[in-house]
Design a protein around this ligand. Sequence first.
Ligand code: CP
Length: 343
Amino acid sequence: MNRILNIVERHTHHGSKRRHGTNMAIMRKSKQFRWQHKHLIGLRDLTAEEINYILDTAQGFEQVSTRSVKKAPPLRGKVVVNLFFEDSTRTRNSFALAASRLSADTIEFTKKSSAVSKGETLLDTARNLEAMGIDIVVIRHNAAGAPKLLSKNINACVVNAGDGYCEHPTQALLDVYTIRQMKGSLEGLKVAIVGDIAHSRVARSDMWAMTKLGAEVTFVAPPTLMPGNVDQLPVRVSYSLDEVIEKVDVVNMLRIQFERLGGNPFPSIREYSRYFGLTVERMKRAKSDIVVMHPGPINRGLEMESEVADGKNSVILQQVKNGLAVRMAVLFLVNQAAAQTTA
Ligand code: CP
């Protein structure tokens, strides 16, 4: 952490007293801790201390993006590959920008314009890229387990940018970072995660991160969109948004993943929106300081009305903003762990 703060401070000409105070507090908290993972595959196996360490590190990096020259040097000379087998706006660009802010070189890989369309496997693709001298692979894949498989077969660091229905760790990290920013802590907070839980890797990573940090999480969905094994997960279950909306401090509305739905999980869009949409009417019954979140992309008018998505309780764009600092922290930490293991 000292090193991060040195990097940040060295490139800041006018660090304010307040920022210095915050940094000192972060430094004291994280002084004894040493990050040891060269891959970030998921949050299920991380401890609360490890999650908090990533968030504290992200806080240290936040100010890099406020400078006139938005760069810090820790990944200078390193190569980061964005290996995306599924579409993305937020995660992909956020990782690209995070790598660039840390002075890494970046390679953008897309399935459509690659030799994967000629039948090349994931491992052959990764090994060929590795032969060019890459250091970190950021991978999004529709197959759950693809990042883990990669991490066992290449030497570069692997960061999961979303795998099937399994995990999306950096989305959950930016979600808890945003909640911590808004509420100070997750300890004792009531969080509702609403919508297409069955197909959501965000819901799973959020569940691990939020419960480890002390929040009480309720999955809210129609039975057709609730995971089959929900009774084995550390969450409460509700089939009615009306039942929980008045009680929760945070509501995270998930996208209906039409591209992953086999059949029709609800009779009509109007029906879904009526029972599970975050409407202006429903918001009138929520706590006045409820935090409204959505990982994006939003189906406006389905998961939530536009007035709510753009309303005073919404932190949706703040989530995107925070994603940059969180991903800088993740790239920085996995690279640091890799340097320690090869030292
Ligand atoms: N939240 C999220 O993963 O968005 P993208 O699909 O645009 O990356």
